[in-house]
Design a protein around this ligand. Structure first.
Ligand code: S3P
Length: 449
């Protein structure tokens, strides 16, 4: 699991129609933020629907190490007794964030403006991912960072004792970088401003407002300008975490490509900064509807209904939508393989620095399964073979990446020969109930060792 356990080889093979209700777990992005902001508030925050995946559990453990009281009450309900902005204590030991880029980058921001020293590490995947994108802006507050060559973990952050507020334009579309700067800005005096040229997921901004911080967002010629007033007293909250659209993507896409399927995926967060995949699928001709639209805990939510879609067509995915579906390109490429015509995905350089190089990982596995894929630095094209036309029969490498493993297991549901993955262990980082949930719908996915 997340690089700490033995590999879990898995296999997926053709199955009958999928049907039923898929209750996917809580949103990973929102779960991390609920624990971190709960720990920075004064008093007790109550969280329901928390994702109990390894990534989030690692963040919860870190919050305890920083002095917050984090309690699991069962059934996804947790409480966090926060220590207030600037109230973290220096942990006795190294903080292991496992597989989680979101966890480590947000935590670096959260400790950057407190006078303490913290060493972060992770698994082999996380320790290969770039951290300078976070430590560069944190240096502007007065934070020091010393890591391995190339700005890699393990890395020690020395928080600024006398932080200054910062104005920073995020050079790449990254909610993690934006959020790290905002969390650092919480304990800096005055106003910290973050500018993003392309809108990325805005859960940090929404949640900071909910916790009572003074935060505004303005759309300007420069981009979105987010202004946060530092050193607020954050008020504890009751947070109902919506279900994760990035996890919903797997049963939804599986239903769209498996003949005869009809699956309901209730209570999915449809924040526009996250819902790009569903728009793209509908453009491809997917029979995907939103039912019972509502608002829960400051986030738009709906029940998704996905039915087998016989006439999926390849599309040119609008690059302006990339940030809103960045984690969903791997599973989109599976749907694209089952569609007719080419699906062209451009402006997706960020995919190369996720838990794995997701373009390389998917292109290699798809080719091994008989699908033609072209790729370049920031683009890739999948040549769809149409329904029921994919040979399969390969073992695909997951590269410690949950979304790569789940994508190939969905592919195996519709290929002539089964598809195997070398290690499904990382699935537990974001979607610990994936196997039982998919089995409940009718999928035939098994562990092979
Ligand atoms: C996340 C932001 C995205 C996304 C990740 C979760 C977040 O990463 O890929 O899974 O919760 O802020 P980037 O900020 O690097 O794009």
């Amino acid at each position: 699991m997340s690089g700490h356990g033995s590999p879990i080889p898995m296999r997926s093979q053709k199955c009958g129609p999928l049907s039923g209700v898929a209750e996917v777990p809580g949103d990973k992005s929102i779960s991390h933020r609920a624990l971190i902001l709960g720990a920075m508030a004064v008093g007790e925050t109550r969280i329901t629907g928390l994702l109990e995946g390894q990534d989030v559990l690692d963040t919860g453990r870190a919050m305890r190490a920083f002095g917050a009281e984090v309690t699991d009450l069962g059934d996804g309900t947790w409480t966090v007794h926060g220590v207030g902005v600037g109230g973290f204590t220096e942990p006795d030991n190294v903080i292991d964030c496992g597989n989680s880029g979101t966890g480590v980058r947000l935590l670096m921001g959260a400790v950057a403006t407190t006078d303490m020293c913290v060493t972060f590490t992770g698994d082999a995947s996380l320790n290969g991912r770039p951290m300078a994108r976070v430590t560069d802006p944190l240096a502007l507050f007065g934070t020091q960072a010393v890591g391995r060559r190339g700005g890699l973990l393990p890395m020690t952050i020395v928080g600024a004792a006398d932080p200054v507020p910062v104005r920073y334009t995020v050079p790449m579309p990254s909610a993690q970088v934006k959020s790290a700067v905002l969390l650092a800005g919480l304990n800096a005096p005055g106003q910290t401003q973050v500018i993003e040229r392309e809108a990325t997921r805005d859960h940090t901004e929404r949640m900071l407002a909910g916790f009572g911080a003074e935060i505004t967002t303005q759309d300007t010629d420069e981009g979105r300008v987010i202004t946060l007033t530092g050193q607020p007293e954050l008020r504890p909250q009751t947070i109902a975490v919506p279900r994760d659209p990035s996890s919903a993507a797997f049963p939804v896409c599986a239903a769209l490509i498996t003949p005869g399927s009809d699956v309901l995926v209730p209570g999915i967060g449809l924040n526009p900064t996250r819902a790009g995949l569903f728009t793209a699928l509908r453009e491809m001709g997917a029979d995907l509807t939103y039912e019972n639209m509502r608002e829960e805990g400051g986030e738009p939510v709906a029940d998704l209904r996905a039915r087998f879609s016989a006439d999926l067509k390849g599309i040119e995915v609008d690059p302006a939508r990339a940030a809103s579906m960045i984690d969903e390109y791997p599973i989109l490429s599976i749907v694209a393989a089952c569609a007719t015509g080419q699906t062209v995905m451009r402006g997706v350089k960020e995919l190369r620095v996720k838990e794995s190089d997701r373009i390389a990982a998917m292109a290699t596995g798809l080719r091994a399964c008989g699908v033609t894929v072209e790729d370049g630095d920031d683009w890739w094209i999948v040549h769809g073979l149409g329904h029921g036309e994919i040979p399969g029969g390969a073992t695909c490498v997951s590269h410690l990446d949950h979304r790569i493993a789940m994508s190939f297991l969905v592919l195996g549901m519709v290929t002539h020969a089964p598809v195997a993955v070398d290690d499904g262990g990382p699935i537990a980082t974001s979607f610990p109930v994936f196997e039982s949930l998919m089995a409940g719908l009718g999928a035939d996915i098994s562990r092979t060792a």
